[in-house]
Design a binder for this molecule. Structure first.
Ligand code: DGL
Length: 274
């Protein structure tokens, strides 16, 4: 495994598999290692220090497995830990490697502007961003989105319990209905963003509850297209034959069974040892 150079994909649990599936559709011959930190999930109700430490440990594990590039396919970790890891940790431990998150592609899609473009107007004036309580408390999405679209209003709406419901195979409707009703009382959004990689599993419930016709941005496809463009610009991170290894810090039998149930096809997991 260590003589390959797969891209690492990390999430607190099973949510990042929605992104992984889109990545593999967009880049079928790229090698990937997926790591779910199921032993410590959910991150969405953890403190910022805990999320940062757990994310750093997970990324270091993926680096140790030979990944030159790690995608943090978790909005909570992207919101809380990514900038710190990119700016303070990576330059001292592995300056030639890269860590990417899932916020920037979503913000580019929402604002219609490239990350390095001058700030300006977005196609919508107001958007609702559904995410975990920890992501919403960080305020990071609004902060980053306003770098590109200073006049954009973002209603950040927490969906407590939704990640647990998805991981446990329970119906998402109660959490989704509560969150959508709360958000619509706070403003008049013209677009919705599902800012948690678990939430595509509840997308039908969001669409059924949001006003008819409201665009709902699909983060996995947006992230996959963005990473494919990144690899075009940085071909040194590309490579492989389409090989995939799925690792978990939790119980592989249980995690594999839940992943198979969520995706409708067999997805075996191995234990990530310390
Ligand atoms: N899937 C993660 C995200 O995108 C969070 C899930 C969790 O709370 O652990 O935010």
């Amino acid at each position: 495994m260590t003589n390959r150079s797969p891209i690492g994909v990390f999430d607190s649990g099973l949510g990042g598999l929605t992104v992984l599936a889109a990545l593999r559709r967009a880049m079928p011959v790229q090698d990937f290692i997926y790591l779910g930190d199921n032993a410590n999930a959910p991150y969405g109700s953890r403190t910022p220090d805990e999320v940062t430490t757990l994310t750093r440990v997970a990324v270091a594990r993926l680096f140790a497995l030979g990944c030159p590039l790690v995608l943090i396919a978790c909005n909570t970790a992207s919101a809380i830990a990514l900038r710190d890891l990119q700016q303070r940790w990576l330059p001292t431990v592995a300056p030639q490697r890269r860590i990417l998150g899932v916020f920037v592609p979503l913000i580019e899609a929402l604002t219609g502007r490239g990350w390095r473009e001058e700030p300006g107007e977005a196609p919508v004036r107001e958007a609702v961003f559904f995410a975990t309580p920890a992501t919403v408390s960080s305020g990071a999405f609004t902060h980053e989105a306003r770098r590109l679209a200073p006049d954009l209003t973002v209603i950040e709406q927490a969906c407590p319990g939704l990640v647990d419901a998805i991981e446990d195979g329970e119906p998402p409707e109660p959490s989704v209905t509560q969150a959508v009703e709360a958000a619509l009382k706070r403003g008049s959004p013209e677009a919705a963003l599902l800012g948690c990689t678990h939430y595509p599993h509840a997308e039908a419930a969001f669409r059924a509850t949001l006003p008819a016709g409201m665009p709902v941005l699909s983060q996995p496809d947006i992230v996959a297209e963005s990473l494919a463009r990144y690899l075009d610009r940085h071909p040194q991170f590309r490579g492989g034959t389409g090989w995939l290894d799925c690792l978990t810090t939790g119980d592989p039998a249980h995690v594999g069974a839940r992943a198979t149930a969520l995706f409708g096809r067999s997805l075996p997991f191995e234990r990530m040892d310390d």
